[in-house]
Design a protein around this ligand. Structure first.
Ligand code: HEC
Length: 124
């Protein structure tokens, strides 16, 4: 009896894992919905500088399309007053010419938060 119960719960667990895998696969293709797997933490091996160079640098180094340049305290000062969460919300959702998620579609919200913090810290 006990063994059967264990087997049953195992089957349930395996079932759950595969449902989650399918969900994350289909959701990640649809960028308009928050991805379930993104709720909590930094991506494994997330490297904030590398991600910045890959996704944000092109605009935020040159000031393309009116992007506030990283290192430009005057450009960031008034923005930083929104607080990290206000900035993060705009980074996630996009703001005018700033594309949603800064075009880093593999970034979790926490990855983006680390990127925004990195940009603010380097613009004082
Ligand atoms: C295609 C160009 C482009 C890319 C790529 C880009 N940004 Fe931006 N970003 C902008 C522009 C333009 C603005 C200014 C938007 C405005 O205030 O009208 C901006 C503004 C911001 C702001 C300030 C938002 C606020 O509330 O004032 C943050 C934070 C930000 N970007 C983060 C990022 C991060 C993080 C990345 C990389 C993951 C990134 N951006 C990539 C163009 C870009």
């Amino acid at each position: 009896m006990k063994l059967i119960r264990v087997l049953k719960s195992r089957a349930v667990q395996v079932g759950l894992v595969s449902v989650l895998a399918v969900m994350s696969g289909s959701l990640s293709a649809d960028t308009s919905k928050p991805v379930v797997m993104q709720l909590a933490q930094l991506s494994e091996n997330f490297d904030v500088e590398r991600a910045y160079m890959q996704s944000c640098w092109a605009c935020h180094n040159s000031g393309a399309a009116g992007a506030p340049k990283v290192g430009d305290a005057a450009a960031w000062g008034p923005r930083a007053e929104k607080g990290i969460d206000g900035l993060l919300a705009n980074a996630i959702n996009g703001l005018n010419a700033m594309p949603a998620k800064g075009m880093c579609f593999t970034c979790t919200n926490d990855d983006l938060k680390a990127l925004v913090q990195y940009m603010v810290d380097n613009s004082k």
